[in-house]
Write a protein that binds this ligand. Structure first.
Ligand code: UD1
Ligand code: CA
Length: 472
């Protein structure tokens, strides 16, 4: 379709029922602001711009938009302030200075996060730059919504008006077809109709929905594009509704993963707050949370109760239950066939090579472990480079922080670090060296040597333990 498209997103409302100091459109669904979902959808429509109507918490909303997907996807965003908020018609009036008459205006709400681009494409096709196209839905319980009033009883009868619930007669309240809050309008007509709005209604507001009767009066066709998938037009007004939509969203993502072949132990017990790319034959057990950008290679298995963020897990790796992997900006890499956990913690900059083993209660931060290195129990590796096949004993740590600066530890290939060692950085342990258990190492250990740095054992024969004096 060659008609230019402008998207207007209403986001000025207060969201009183959220009972929160955060503006409603910044509450998160799937880890992202509600408004980010709407912008993301708008950016898939080849719109030339989005005009966001802000009011309550305007500064916060405008600042938050800077980091949102719509902007990154190249959709130009303009803000129009609406102060005070006198209704949805008044809201769209604030966008008019930014709209050109050659286009279609698509009106969306910042608190309706699950609309799909294909639905809006179909609505735009109905508008076709000539008609007023309304997205509608039949609801079992339509209370509170604007009703689609038609000229006759047939589902195909001409649309005459939208009547708000508070203004509706009993007969109108019996109508189940509701207006979703989403419409597509030829901009030149929108401008003409908005000029005619008044606030003579039950809420003393300027209703955008009143333009339907102006269209009818002007002989412009009004079409209702009816959908059946209610979550696509469901708005968030309360924490309960937010949680309900979160479940719907997660269920849809889980189904999408399974359709790609990912095996989820239970699609109701996985949470995605970002992007999860999966290879073939990936298995994910229950209660796992994925955040940011995560990719799982072919045959990866994720045990129950793992939290994984900003990480690349390569083919064949196994993450055992209760592991926490958080790459933040630096990322985490788990190499092919590596074994991690249970109860492992991988922090930003952890780079595990192929076949590396990281066991329970082991923490790795900003460290590279080469192929086959193992740290199986109760250990800390921070700011270090660990060579191939190194065995890092239980309870050993790198003392990488002197109170002011961080220092690096280098452990070369085939070194063996005994249990309960303290490696005080900066330090190099040479290839093939052995460090005796319980050592505190403060100086370089040359390749191939045994280094022991601890008090010598003394055995005293015939020594009697102190005994209590007999009473009496
Ligand atoms: C609106 C529709 C109703 C429809 C319903 C669907 C009108 C008059 N009514 O009602 O027919 O069934 O949505 O959910 O349009 N907003 C502003 N500025 C304002 C008022 C609202 O930006 O002055 C924003 C809100 O933040 C929200 C959106 O517009 O994002 C809708 O406003 P809301 O008050 O929820 O409209 P409803 O009364 O629910
Ligand atoms: Ca609403």
């Amino acid at each position: 379709m060659s008609i230019p498209l402008d998207v207007v997103i209403m986001a000025a409302g207060k969201g009183t029922r959220m009972k929160s100091s955060l503006p409603k459109v910044l509450h998160r669904l799937g880890g992202r602001a509600l408004l980010a979902h709407v912008l993301d959808c708008a950016s898939r429509l080849a719109a030339r711009q989005a005009v966001i109507i802000t009011g309550h918490g305007a500064l916060q909303v405008e600042a938050a938009c800077a980091g949102m997907a719509g902007g990154a996807a190249g959709l130009g965003v303009t803000f129009a302030r609406q102060e005070p908020q006198l209704g949805t018609g008044h809201a769209v009036q604030q966008a008019l200075p930014f709209l050109q008459d050659d286009g279609i205006t698509l009106v969306l709400s910042g608190d309706v996060p699950l609309t799909q681009a294909a639905t809006l494409q179909a609505l735009l096709a109905q508008c076709a730059g000539q008609r007023l196209a309304l997205l509608t839905l039949n609801m079992a319980d339509p209370a509170g919504y604007g009703r689609i009033v038609r000229a006759g009883a047939q589902p195909s009868s001409q649309v005459r008006a939208i009547v708000e619930h508070k203004d509706a007669s009993d007969a109108e309240r019996a109508i189940h077809e509701i207006y979703s809050g989403i419409m597509a309008v030829p901009t030149r007509l929108l401008r003409r109709w908005l000029a005619r709005l008044d606030n003579q209604n039950a809420q003393a507001e300027y209703y955008l929905t009143d333009i339907v009767k102006f269209a009818v009066a002007d002989g412009v066709a009004v079409v209702a594009h009816q959908i059946t998938d209610a979550p696509q037009v469901a708005g968030v007004n309360s924490p309960v509704q937010l949680a309900e939509l979160e479940r719907v969203y997660q269920q849809r993502l889980a189904v999408g993963l399974m359709e790609q072949g990912v095996r989820l132990a239970d699609p109701a017990r996985i949470d995605l707050r970002g992007t999860l790319d999966c290879g073939q034959d990936v298995e994910i057990d229950v209660n796992c949370l994925f955040e940011g950008r995560v990719s799982l290679g072919d045959g990866v298995r994720i045990g129950a109760n793992c939290v994984i963020a900003n990480a690349v897990i390569e083919a064949g790796a196994v993450i055992h239950p209760f592991s926490h992997i958080e790459g933040e900006a630096l990322g985490v890499t788990v190499g092919q066939g590596a074994l991690v956990g249970p109860f492992a913690r991988l922090r930003p900059g952890a780079r595990l090579g192929a076949e590396v083993h990281i066991g329970n209660f082991v923490e790795v931060k900003n460290s590279t472990l080469a192929r086959g290195a193992k740290a199986n129990h109760l250990a800390y590796l921070g700011d270090c480079s660990v060579g191939e096949r190194v065995n890092y004993g239980a309870g050993s740590i790198t003392a990488n922080y002197d109170g002011a600066n961080k220092h690096r530890t280098v452990i070369e290939a085939d070194a063996h670090i005994g249990s309960n060692c303290v490696l005080v950085a900066p330090l190099t342990i040479g290839a093939g060296a052995t460090v005796g258990g319980g050592s505190t190492i403060t100086q370089e250990v040359p390749a191939g040597v045994l280094s022991v740095a601890r008090g010598k054992q003394v055995n005293i024969a015939n020594w009697a333990r102190p005994a209590k004096k007999p009473k009496g």
